[in-house]
Design a protein around this ligand. Structure first.
Ligand code: GLU
Length: 296
C-alpha cells in the first residue's frame, strides 16, 4: 500500500485548511483528574454545569471541516457547534475534553458513560434512537460518493457502481445503506475511519468512498491535489443530532442553544468557515434545520 506518503500530504493540507476555521480546546487543560479518553466520567448525572466539573464530548478526529484533531487542537463544524452549545449550558471551553468517537462506537460510548455528549456527524435514526437520545438536528447532509477525478462522468451515482469496490466506515448509515440498497452492485469494503477509505481511494484499492457529502467535501479539499471529487448527487437525508445517554434531561436546553446559534448568525458563520475552499454548499431547503423536539 503506497498510502503513508499520500496520507501525510493530505493531513498537512488538512491542517492548513482547518487552521483557518475555528475554535479549539486543549484537552490537556480541561481534565484535572488526568484521565484520558475512554475512562469513566466524573460527571455521572444528566444535569447542568456543576462548578468545577467538565464535560467529555465525542467528536470525530479524522473528518476535516467537521471534527478534526491537529496536535492538541480540535477544529471543524461539529467542534464549533459543541463549543457554542456547551457554553450556553454554562461550560467554558477549558472544561471540555474532546474524545474520539468513531462511527461504530458512538452508542456504546454514550451507554458506558465514556462521553457525556456526541457531536460527530451523528445521523438521527430510529434504530439509534432506541439505544440513545438525540437533540437537534443541527445540520442536514446527504449521502454521496467521492471518486477519483479521472472517473468523472463514469461514476455518477450509486447505480453506476456495478462491479466496483466501494469503501465506507463500519457502523455508519452510509455503509448500512449500501448493504441494504446497493449490495447487489457494489462490493463494500468497510474500514474503521474515513482516513483509511481515502488512502484506499488515492491508492487505487477502491473506486469510490461513500458517506455524507459535507464529510466527503472536506476530505477531498484536504487531499489537496484535485485528484478527488464529490459526485454531487446526494441520495439520502442525514440529520445530525447531538447524541445523549438514554433518559438524558439535557435535550431541551441543547435544542434551545442550537436555535440560538442559528438565530444569532453563529451557525451560518461556522458553516461558512468550515466549508471554505471545499466548494460545498449546504442544501438550503433543509438547512438550517428545525429542531425535531425531545422525547418526553
Ligand atoms: N452521518 C452518518 C452516520 O451517522 C455517516 C457519517 C459518520 O459515519 O459519522 O452514520
Amino acid at each position: 500500500m503506497k498510502s503513508t506518503r499520500v496520507a501525510l500530504a493530505a493531513f498537512a493540507a488538512v491542517g492548513a485548511l482547518t487552521l483557518t476555521a475555528c475554535s479549539t480546546a486543549d484537552p490537556g487543560e480541561t481534565d484535572d483528574t488526568g484521565n484520558t479518553g475512554g475512562e469513566e466520567m466524573t460527571d455521572e448525572g444528566d444535569g447542568g454545569a456543576d462548578a468545577g466539573e467538565g464535560l467529555r464530548i465525542g467528536i470525530k478526529f479524522d473528518q476535516p471541516g467537521l471534527g478534526f484533531q491537529d496536535g492538541g487542537d480540535y477544529t471543524g463544524f461539529d467542534v464549533d457547534v459543541a463549543l457554542y452549545v456547551t457554553e450556553q449550558l454554562g461550560y467554558s471551553a477549558d472544561q471540555i475534553e474532546f474524545v474520539e468517537a468513531p462511527s461504530a462506537q458512538r452508542e456504546t460510548m454514550l451507554q458506558n458513560g465514556q462521553v457525556d455528549m456526541i457531536f460527530a456527524t451523528y445521523s438521527i435514526t430510529d434504530e439509534r434512537d432506541e439505544a440513545v437520545d438525540f437533540a437537534g438536528p443541527y445540520f442536514v447532509a446527504g449521502q454521496d460518493l467521492l471518486i477519483r477525478s479521472e472517473d468523472e462522468g463514469t461514476i455518477t451515482g450509486p447505480e453506476s457502481l456495478d462491479g466496483l469496490d466501494l469503501c465506507s466506515v463500519s457502523g455508519s448509515t452510509s455503509a448500512q445503506r449500501v448493504v441494504d440498497e446497493y449490495a447487489a452492485g457494489a462490493n463494500l469494503i468497510e474500514q474503521p475511519g474515513y482516513s483509511e477509505c481515502i488512502q484506499f481511494l488515492t491508492g487505487g484499492q477502491v473506486d469510490a468512498v461513500t458517506t455524507d457529502d459535507i464529510i466527503l467535501a472536506g476530505l477531498a479539499a484536504a487531499e489537496g491535489s484535485g485528484a478527488l471529487q464529490v459526485v454531487g448527487s446526494p441520495f439520502s437525508e442525514e440529520n445530525y443530532g447531538v447524541g445523549l445517554p438514554d433518559g438524558s434531561d439535557m435535550c431541551e436546553d441543547i435544542n434551545a442553544a442550537i436555535q440560538a446559534m442559528i438565530d444569532d448568525g453563529s451557525w451560518e458563520a461556522a458553516v461558512e468557515a468550515n466549508t471554505e475552499g471545499t466548494g460545498y454548499t449546504p442544501n438550503a431547503e433543509l438547512n438550517p434545520p428545525e429542531m425535531r423536539g425531545c422525547a418526553s
